[in-house]
Design a protein around this ligand. Structure first.
Ligand code: ATP
Length: 556
């Protein structure tokens, strides 16, 4: 497939208003694609370059792209930035610049989808001192062979923000229609393989094979998550429940085959180099080839330390070994997904636990099982007393569903209303906050992944954090209008709030009252931020409490 054909497809989809039309357009296209192009199209169309399980990244920011296009189009960098600010979209700005390009390259070649992907792979592969230079050279190469429309989508792909409105659900449904398989089998294969591109390829060759896909070593799957809930609801729903401490650390997935080990974060980044002590501790107590799920916690004087301590260790790129001894980090393993060639995710939790206990001689998170709310309440108070966040309740008969946040796992912890939102903009500060961003614009996501503003936050940010946030965001500025700036999305804030209200002021239709910055959530991926549906749900739950006809006193 030529990249120009892909660009035309994106332009067509971008003009469609309905998700069903998008789905059908993609479904019509997929069966006719060459086998090598199919997985690439399936990823690119969602603005993804690599499989979901892969920790590969292009590692380039908007500024590098502005340099590349300035060079190719013969403009000054400052002029490029001014144009991006005017259009508010780097893709459209590049398209405009390539249209205006005075000199056409004599050696321009037609880009194929495969060429573009191969160049992206090269970019992701370059590391070390010369890597930015090398990435710039490759970006220039792509732009010098690109038509204006190709430039629009190349830019957005490289910024990992395609903005054509295609969500994961539309692509899953399109694959099901294109290859006449059930959406459930596509969904399940996606959970296990964590790459819709590969799922589409298998569906195109042998739809039945989708049912037999297996979890694989060194291809991390998304982690199973929990809903908020209570001991009483859980016992009423499932009788006997398993309970474990809810550790406040960082989630990990450990893969081991023979001598080879890897540790992945909740965002599926490869953390092996940052956590050699965890890899050693686990290797010493595990036998056979396994995939394990757990939480790593920092411990001082026998008590857990705040989760930020763990994150600081994980983010440390240099002198890792010097820091290994300073803070004791302990892994607590609570699940096993794979053992010696067999996937275990479809087994009930109670059977997985038996496997876990038979492959490990230590590092297992203690678990109790009970149908008595009093026992579970006591366990909850012990957990809090020992400095943990609360407890996790799990249905003993439940399978492990990668990426699922359902009723099988429920977290119980003291109530605080917090929400995780993407930072999409900011405002230059005043007075003490001049030369820094003084407030930040936050957004939730719609079903298709588009970002909808829901609040601004300025409270709760101390001077040290203000400086840190400035360093973090200064290279993410996409456009500036007066004091307002918009940022390339990618950073997530957890904020506390007192109430959610309907509001005309923000694109989501909702606003937070008294938002307060709590922390940066760099353990979460962008697709894990709050959805509009979840905000609506919070609003409904909170709204009913405020219902004037409702008299809380009568409940006493
Ligand atoms: P929170 O903001 O409350 O930490 P979250 O959005 O990060 O929640 P949840 O799904 O609410 O994630 O809670 C699950 C998280 O709790 C897991 O991702 C994991 O990191 C952590 N956790 C700690 N102990 C356990 C445990 N015993 N079983 C499962 N997850 C656990």
């Amino acid at each position: 497939m030529l990249f120009s054909e892909f660009a035309l497809l994106c332009e067509k989809i971008e003009a469609l208003a309905s998700r069903l039309e998008m789905r059908d357009t993609i479904a019509d296209l997929l069966p006719g694609l060459a086998p090598d192009d199919l997985p690439i199209v399936v990823r690119f169309i969602r603005g993804l370059i690599f499989p979901d399980w892969s920790s590969a990244h292009l590692g380039i920011g908007p500024n590098l792209l502005y340099d590349a296009v300035a060079y190719v189009a013969g403009w000054k960098r400052s002029e490029v930035i001014a144009l991006v600010n005017r259009t508010g979209d780097a893709g459209l700005a590049v398209e405009h610049l390539l249209k205006e390009k005075t000199q056409m390259s004599l050696f321009a070649e037609e880009l194929t989808l495969g060429d573009v992907y191969a160049t992206f792979l090269k970019m992701a592969d370059t590391a070390g001192a010369q890597s930015q230079k090398e990435k710039l050279r490759n970006a220039k190469l792509l732009y010098s062979n690109a038509s204006p429309l190709e430039g629009r989508y190349l830019t957005r792909l490289m910024l990992e923000e395609l903005r054509i409105g295609v969500g994961e659900g539309s692509v899953r449904d399109a694959i099901a229609i294109a290859f006449q398989v059930s959406p459930d089998s596509v969904n399940r294969a996606h959970q296990v393989m964590n790459d819709l591109g590969e799922v589409a390829r298998i569906a195109s060759v042998d739809p039945n094979a989708l049912l037999n896909v297996k979890i694989e070593l060194f291809r991390p799957v998304k982690m199973m998550l929990a809903q908020a809930g209570s001991i009483e609801e859980m016992v009423a729903g499932s009788g006997e429940v398993c309970a474990e401490y809810k550790y406040d650390g960082s989630r990990f997935q450990f893969h081991r085959s023979g001598e080879r080990v890897a540790i992945y974060s909740r965002r599926l980044e490869d953390l092996t180099a940052a956590l050699p002590d965890i890899a050693d501790q686990l290797s010493n107590v595990v036998s056979g080839d396994v995939i394990l799920d757990g939480e790593v916690v920092a411990i001082k004087d026998g008590r857990p330390m705040p989760f930020q301590t763990v994150l600081r260790r994980i983010r440390r790129k240099h002198d890792v070994s010097a820091h290994v001894d300073q803070i004791q980090m302990l892994p607590f393993v609570f699940d096993i997904l794979y053992r010696d060639g067999a996937g275990l995710i479809d087994l009930p939790l109670s059977e997985r636990r038996i496997h876990l206990e038979s492959v490990m001689s230590g590092c297992i998170a203690p678990q109790i099982q009970s149908s008595n709310p009093d026992d579970l309440r006591e366990f909850y108070h012990t957990a809090l007393g020992e400095g943990h966040e609360g407890i996790m309740l799990k249905v003993p008969g439940s399978p492990y569903i990668p990426g699922n946040r359902g009723k099988h796992w429920v977290k119980c912890k003291p109530e605080v209303e917090t929400i995780d939102l993407a930072v999409i903009g900011g405002e230059w500060g005043e007075g003490r906050r001049a030369h820094h961003f003084g407030s930040f614009l936050l957004a939730c996501q719609d079903d298709d992944g588009s970002l909808l503003p829901v609040s601004r936050v300025a409270t709760g940010i101390n001077d040290e954090m203000l400086g840190l946030l400035f360093d973090l965001f200064k290279d993410r500025v996409i456009s500036t209008t007066g004091k307002e700036v918009s940022f390339e999305p990618g950073i997530i804030f957890e904020v506390g709030y007192s109430e959610i209200q309907k509001s005309q002021n923000y694109g989501s239709g909702y606003a937070l009252r008294f938002p307060r910055f709590i922390r940066i959530r760099d353990d979460k991926r962008m697709d894990e931020i709050e959805t509009l549906a979840q905000i609506e749900d919070r609003y409904r739950r909170f709204g009913s409490r405020l219902d004037p006809g409702h008299d809380p006193a009568r409940e006493q």
